[in-house]
Write a protein that binds this ligand. Structure first.
Ligand code: PHE
Length: 454
């Protein structure tokens, strides 16, 4: 009896002393998980990237292919990542390595993706800080310059870098506070706010003169455009970018899921919310663009040049502008947190650093990368290269290989057990998802990839 007690006591002591570092945080209930994952997904991808890429690739045609991409490739790939993360409870690199040494490079490709995104995402998020400040101080509407020129002037100054760094520090502050207190709390407040603001904006825009042209552009489909390989590739890339799939982000987040989380319903909820926000963003931006007599093909500056134009004609212009850019800031912040976390978890666990130190390393690296992009060192256009390579190469291939790994190289029932929580849920839906994961999703990604690049 005594030796038993002694054994338990020693074991508890051992755990306390040596394993305390090992105890991983986890997200709270079901709603928190959805909000946190949707927080990662919904960001500049839906609010800034989706409208301008859809504007370039046929509006409604793009929307249609994007929708299909989400269901055929996005959701299955997200589920594969969830499974890898929740099963191993490790950072991206550790997770893939734990499942199979041969596949650990997939984790590194995720870390690389997070680095590339860090190289430009903060800078764009920083634009919205500047625009927010300009709306609050009234500078935006008092200036005699047209908005396009205001934008170009801003780009030619140091300000984008400074605001980018401010954005990195804001992200740092939340990530360093940890998973529950920082990430979860922030998402719970920010995500619902975002929805409310966006809906108000969509209603407001509907009453603008000329808005109908915008709805027409965004909602009537040109099928010839929809079936071009380039449109499909851009839509698949957008689906991955927007769902944060294909670079270890959902692996990292799922490592904080509780074991009984229904991943299938989580992935559906997250995807539908992302789709909803993208469509809402389109419904705000395209009517606005046409109403102002501008072009939907404006490119990355679309949101920043066209929207102030709209606000200008409205009563309380500064207030509307401030609200909108606050929305962009909040949405971006819940996304920057997530790729910061990919790197922070990686540095913390792979190099045995404390969380605070790891976050610090990530922050410094992010500042360096953003500076390099800002100055476009060596005459290279890092901004576009980073964006193109992550969304159209790294993320699709990362997702494809993740699907291949979980379906073809793990134990036979690995995915089935994960999707059904060992037979407890989703039993009817699972065979369909497994079939897509095994055959359709990876083959489709490969096909489009080859068609487009070779
Ligand atoms: N999904 C985010 C957005 O749309 C961007 C992102 C990509 C975040 C990859 C994390 C990982 O803004």
């Amino acid at each position: 009896m005594h030796s038993f007690l002694l054994f338990y006591y020693l074991r508890a002591l051992f755990k306390r002393l040596f394993m305390s570092e090992q105890k991983r945080a986890s997200f709270g209930g079901k709603l928190s998980v959805i909000l946190v994952a949707a927080g990662s997904a919904i960001g500049l991808g839906a609010l800034w990237r989706f409208p301008y890429i859809a504007g370039k690739h046929g509006g409604a045609a793009f929307l249609l292919v994007f929708l299909l991409s989400i269901f055929v490739v996005g959701i299955p790939a997200m589920l594969a990542e969830f499974a890898v993360g929740r099963r191993t409870k490790k950072n991206a690199v550790g997770a893939f390595r734990t499942l199979s040494k041969r596949w650990s490079w997939l984790g590194y490709s995720g870390v690389l993706g997070a680095l590339l995104i860090s190289g430009y995402y903060y800078l764009i998020a920083g634009w919205s800080l500047q625009y927010f400040a300009d709306s609050v101080t009234g500078g935006m509407f008092n200036s005699p310059l047209p908005f396009k020129e205001q934008f170009d002037l801003f780009q030619a100054s140091w300000k984008p870098l400074i605001w980018g760094v401010v954005f990195i520090l804001m992200t740092h502050f939340i990530v360093a506070r940890g998973v529950e207190k920082g990430i979860e709390k922030a998402s719970k407040v920010m995500m619902p706010m975002l929805f409310v603001i966006l809906i108000i904006m969509a209603v407001r825009v509907a009453f603008m003169p000329g808005a109908a042209e915008g709805y027409k552009f965004f909602l009537s489909c040109d099928f010839a455009e929809a079936f071009k390989a380039e449109t499909i590739m851009m839509a698949i890339g957008q689906a991955f970018f927007s769902l944060s799939v294909g670079m270890g982000c959902m692996v990292t987040y799922a490592s904080y899921f509780k074991q009984d989380n229904n991943m299938v319903s989580t992935s559906f909820n997250v995807s539908i919310l992302t789709l909803l926000v993208s469509v809402l963003a389109g419904l705000v931006i395209f009517p606005a663009v046409f109403s102002a007599g501008l072009q939907p093909t404006e490119g990355p500056a679309l949101v920043f040049v066209t929207l102030p134009e709209i606000f200008k004609g409205m009563p309380l212009a500064s207030v509307w502008a401030a609200i909108f850019f606050l929305l962009v800031i909040l949405a971006s912040l819940t996304s920057t947190i997530s790729f910061h976390e990919v790197l922070t978890a990686y540095f913390a666990e792979e190099f045995s650093l404390t969380r605070k130190r790891a976050a610090m390393v990530t922050t410094v690296v992010s500042i360096v990368l953003s500076t390099v992009t800002f100055f476009s060192l060596f005459g290279i256009d890092f901004f576009n290269i980073f964006d193109y390579v992550t969304a159209n190469v790294l993320m699709p291939l990362g997702a494809m290989f993740t699907c291949i790994m979980v379906m073809w190289f793990m134990k036979k029932d690995f995915m089935k057990d994960e999707l059904t929580n060992n037979g407890l849920c989703n039993r009817r839906l699972t065979p369909v998802i497994l079939f897509m994961l095994r055959f359709i999703t990876p083959v489709l990604i490969l096909y489009i990839f080859i068609k487009n690049f070779i």
